[in-house]
Design a protein around this ligand. Structure first.
Ligand code: ADP
Length: 685
């Protein structure tokens, strides 16, 4: 165990420095600091007000009746095309007709409803606040992918994201990457999972203390699935863990406490950044150019037995600090208990800090964290939206909570699947009595993030852009008619740019922009592709013993020193251990993390002398190579059977395909490259 993460060196920042990742927020105009209560829980407030009750938000002005009718007709035409809506019909007249407004189902938007309504109005799209019988282009869900059944369009949640960012799951996913790339993933504090790793935690702490009696670490215990600082406490020694509350009844993560955070005005603060995962495969990540900084309300001191329980000193949660008498509401972005991140950067810059480096380290942290999350997200995705079945495509706004250390190294605290998008903040009318009041600053930051996410996801963007080209005159309306209210932004000749009335996009693409610098980290992603290939049954998330055997056989991994009996034992051992640890009992079999562990074991056996990541990379290459050969053989086999020949044991071309399929227990792939052939069976986005 490394000692004292609070003293760790600045991030390796290798990639960041190499590519000189842009300093997105540097020099941005300052904005006022919005309030940021967490969506999930807010004690002491009535639920309706807390969750942005739809009735509390004024509806956007309705377009005049004729325009409404026309919008509906246009939409019906497109709605009939299901998922393909927005694509060209092939009819040149359609190309020239002004596109119908994009339709958004906001019926499940919950606390993000207010910001969503404003965004839709600014974009001149069409909102369906009570849902709709016909499909919508975009579904905006407040909580999770599973809010209801959607078969087309786009939804703002990925299946499995909520599970993936829980404290334990995130820690596990990052730990796999730390094992492979310890330098690159040293932005996440060393963590142990309770109760499973309690003994390991005790033993490792004792070992370091024995080696260095002057080491006086602090740890932070965080209940799994908790939020708003709920149930969190600091300890100086493993024996201080509250066994009854935590170990038995509530799984938790215990983590090295960062003792030396960067202070401003003597206060600890953290950063909330909004990150858009636009697509999973191909991976597309955007980061909002500005975020929020949330301040503690009691001057910081390094942890000591005397101050360990001072939550206003050690925890930056807004939901906690709002209850402190020292909480400062401010109309300025650069003062008070919540400020914009850009105002912090301006201040640091004025003190000579290289804020471009800070930003590029943060971008690097975000990309690496998403890379750690994507393998399992792909498994969830293929399970919830199996290939060949109708389903939506997905995107999601994530809230990254980041702490800057004194030496400016960014540390990942957690990722929120449902960052609060509320545009009100709380005001304490009398002690303990709170009221939500509109917050212009919240509106400015969060509306920009939602609106620009919608702009990036716009399914009719291409069509609208084509029409805005000056030489193409829209056919809509007879000569002499004025532009309709229903017409989308920029559809008229006078405004060639459909987004001319909107500010420039606040989301900056960081992946694939910097893919070259980070692709080498995506080893587990490639393992997940192998795993998914051998899952066999549609919708499954766990690999059965036959699937595992087929993987070993098809990738030619068994040998005289690794018999199939040994493979079976490996499968049983690892699977049993993981199933006893994980809460997910959805189906029996080997989960992805268990497969990764088995894969590491096989890689270590086969490529003994290399460092772990090279062992694993070599084994992934080998597997992909053998699978590509297999796929090529099948292709040839398929071609020759179509040309009259028949694969042995088959009497029809379909039979030949089926026998190939049966050979490895999954549908054949029609690709001819190793990388593609081992990839998931449909594009995930
Ligand atoms: P929650 O989801 O309950 O907000 P977090 O993981 O965000 O849990 O932790 C709450 C707060 O505790 C953070 O905002 C931060 O101020 C502090 N914190 C969390 N982990 C650490 C750590 N490893 N070192 C220092 N401070 C931490």
């Amino acid at each position: 165990m490394r000692r004292g993460s609070g003293d760790r060196e600045p991030a390796a920042g290798r990639e960041a420095e190499r590519v000189g990742l842009d300093a997105g927020a540097a020099g941005e105009p300052e904005r006022e600091a919005p309030e940021e209560p967490r969506e999930e829980r807010a004690p002491g407030r009535p639920r309706a007000a807390r969750e942005g009750d739809a009735s509390a938000v004024p509806p956007p002005p309705a377009p005049p009746a004729p325009a409404r009718a026309r919008g509906l007709r246009l939409h019906r035409e497109a709605a009939g095309k299901g998922r393909g809506c927005g694509r060209s019909s092939g009819n040149p007249a359609d190309e020239l007709r002004p596109p119908r407004p994009v339709t958004v189902d906001s019926s499940k938007a919950r606390t993000s409803l207010g910001a969503l309504k404003i965004s839709i109005r600014q974009l001149r799209w069409k909102e369906f606040p009570f849902g709709r019988r016909l499909p919508c282009d975009i579904y905006w869900h407040g909580v999770s992918f599973h809010d209801n059944d959607i078969f087309s369009g786009q939804v703002n949640k990925f299946p499995g994201m909520t599970e993936m960012v829980r404290k334990i799951t995130l820690s596990r996913a990052v730990r796999i990457m730390q094992n492979l790339f310890p330098e690159e993933y040293n932005f996440y504090p060393r963590s142990w999972i309770l109760p499973d790793e309690f003994q390991l935690f005790v033993a490792q702490v004792r070992m370091v203390k024995d080696g260095d009696p002057s080491w006086k670490p602090t740890f932070i215990v965080k209940p799994d699935g908790g939020c708003q600082g709920d149930g969190i406490y600091l300890i100086k020694d493993p024996s201080d863990i509250r066994l009854a509350g935590t170990l038995q009844s509530r799984p938790a993560v215990v983590q090295e406490y960062i003792c030396k955070p960067l202070l401003i005005d003597k206060l600890k603060f953290d950063i909330r950044l909004y990150v858009l995962l636009k697509s999973l495969d191909p991976l597309e990540i955007y980061i909002a150019k500005d975020g929020l900084s949330r301040f503690c309300t009691e001057p910081y001191q390094e942890p000591s037995p005397k101050n360990l329980h001072h939550v206003f000193m050690h925890l930056t949660n807004y939901s906690l600090n709002i209850h402190s008498g020292n909480f400062v509401h401010s109309d300025s972005t650069s003062t008070g208990s919540k400020r914009t991140f850009s105002s912090i950067l301006c201040r640091l810059s004025s003190k000579g800090v290289d804020i471009k480096k800070v930003w590029s380290d943060i971008i690097s942290l975000v990309i690496k964290t998403v890379i750690a999350l994507t393998p399992e997200l792909k498994v969830f995705y293929q399970s919830d939206i199996p290939a060949g079945r109708p389903g939506p495509t997905c995107f999601q706004i994530l809230g990254f909570d980041i702490l800057l250390m004194k030496n400016l190294k960014p540390i990942l605290l957690e990722v929120n699947a449902n960052p609060s998008m509320r545009i009100e903040h709380e005001q304490e009318l009398s002690p303990g009595v709170f009221e939500n009041v509109p917050s212009l600053v919240d509106e400015e930051v969060k509306v920009a993030v939602i609106r620009d996410t919608l702009r990036l996801m716009d399914p009719l963007k291409n069509k609208r852009e084509k029409q805005s080209q000056p030489h193409k005159k829209p056919l809509a309306g007879k000569e002499g008619e004025g532009p309709s209210d229903c017409e989308p932004a920029g559809a008229s000749d006078t405004n060639p740019n459909p987004e001319a009335h909107l500010p420039s996009i606040c989301l900056k693409q960081v992946f694939p922009k910097y893919a070259k610098q980070f692709n080498y980290l995506r080893l587990v992603d490639r393992m997940a592709n192998l795993f998914i290939r051998f899952l066999g049954i549609k919708g499954s998330m766990k690999l059965g013993p036959t699937g595992f055997r087929t993987f070993i056989r098809n990738c030619k991994l068994s040998s005289s020193s690794l018999s199939m009996a040994a493979v079976d034992i490996l499968y049983i051992d690892i699977t049993r251990r993981w199933n006893s640890m994980t809460l997910d009992q959805r189906d029996s079999g080997m989960c992805l993390q268990a497969f990764v562990e088995a894969f590491f074991y096989l890689a270590q056996r086969k490529f003994k002398m290399l460092p772990l990541h090279e062992q694993v990379a070599s084994l992934v290459d080998l597997c992909e190579y053998h699978l590509s050969l297999l796929d090529e053989r099948r292709l040839v086999c398929g071609r020759s059977s179509r040309a009259g020949g028949r694969a042995p044991g088959s009497s029809t071309p379909q039979g030949a395909t089926r026998s190939a399929q049966q050979a490895d227990g999954h549908p054949p792939c029609c690709t001819d490259s190793a990388r593609k052939s081992s990839g998931p069976r449909r594009a995930l986005s």
